[in-house]
Design a binder for this molecule. Structure first.
Ligand code: CP
Ligand code: NVA
Length: 329
């Protein structure tokens, strides 16, 4: 049964869920990135930006995290609020208590919930039964917060997004899915190179292509790393063995070996191409030290931008765009 606590009608992003980047329009992605850039400047200039005083974020992690956990906690502190760790071993979603009942409790206490889960359906169910926004902190399908930070990083480095080429090399999994959608929303040409059997989900490819038709972007799938990176403005990779897939480690290392991002592969991209990785990196597997630590690498900018992008998202979802008026533009 649908929650009886229907959300009041609101304009803009206030009160919305971010379960996938496809929940946003291209214009809304730009709104988030612009807000992130303003918040980043405010933080850099040491200007007060406590835009969420006394607000709270519930955080639920079914899987490990460094960046997502730290940036959401630090972000809420900067915004004058607080993050509450819901601790998966205590919450025991779907075991100690049903997902709808957990949602119905949480909405009474916190202003938003960020959840990192194995199964995207759990996020959908939380969203269905919660009046407060649910934010996907990574699932088996998507990693939208990561890609908002990546788009901010790319925009800083390239100046603009539309018409530029992003090559993704490796596993067609959660990060790849969100990159395709984020790229489609912002007019990027996204070229994905995977070994056979590890292509992105065809439904998400189709969804991204539909979105790209409205932005001038494209989504192209190729079967070699070299074809993916040719003249690209950015080369992106992710772990070959995502969390939860550890049993497949041996076969994955063998399948992905020709997809390593090393200096020879980077030489096929544009000479000023940036190297991107959501982290954690597995040095010597999907990326070499030489590339990770080299001058083209922007991986720690991406990690920093998780903070700014998520602060923007939190302000927009909890209070709406008007809350940003207090900031210098
Ligand atoms: N990139 C990312 O989401 O990092 P964590 O898994 O450490 O949160
Ligand atoms: N694809 C990786 C991303 C980690 C941030 C995973 O799901 O483990």
């Amino acid at each position: 049964m649908r929650s009886t606590n229907a959300r009041p009608a609101r304009r803009g992003l206030q009160g919305r869920d971010i379960l996938s980047l496809a929940d946003l329009s291209g214009a809304e992605v730009t709104t988030v990135l612009d807000a992130a850039a303003r918040l980043k400047r405010a933080q850099g200039a040491d200007l007060p930006h406590a835009l969420l005083p006394a607000r709270t974020l519930g955080m639920l992690f079914e899987k490990a995290s460094l960046r997502t956990r730290t940036t959401f906690v630090v972000g809420m502190v900067h915004l004058g609020g607080q993050a509450v760790d819901l601790m998966a071993e205590h919450t025991q979603m779907g075991v100690r208590e049903s997902v709808p009942d957990i949602a119905r409790n949480l909405e009474r206490w916190v202003d938003a919930v960020m959840a990192r889960v194995y199964d995207q359906n759990v996020l959908e169910e939380l969203a269905e039964y919660s009046r407060v926004p649910i934010i996907n902190g990574l699932s088996d399908r998507f990693h939208p917060c990561q890609v908002l930070a990546d788009l901010l990083t790319l925009r800083e480095r390239l100046g603009s997004l539309a018409g530029r080429t992003l090559a993704y090399v490796g596993d067609g999994f959660n990060v790849c899915h969100s990159l395709m959608l984020g790229g489609a929303l912002t007019g990027l040409h996204v070229r994905v190179g995977t070994p056979p059997g590890y292509e992105p989900d065809p439904e998400i490819v189709e969804q991204a292509r539909r979105i790209a038709r409205g932005s001038g972007g494209t989504i192209e799938l190729v079967s070699s790393a070299e074809a993916a990176v040719r003249n690209a403005d950015a080369v992106y990779t992710d772990s070959w063995v995502s969390m939860g897939l550890e049993e497949e480690r041996a076969e994955r290392l063998a399948a992905f070996a020709p997809f390593q991002v090393n200096a020879a592969l980077m030489a096929g991209a544009a000479s000023d191409a940036v190297f991107m990785h959501c982290l954690p990196a597995h040095r010597g597997e999907e990326v070499t030290d030489e590339v990770m630590d080299g001058p083209q690498s922007v991986v720690f900018d991406q990690a920093e931008n998780r903070l700014h992008a998520q602060k923007a998202l939190l302000v927009l979802l909890v209070r709406g765009e008007a809350a940003l008026e207090a900031l210098p533009s």
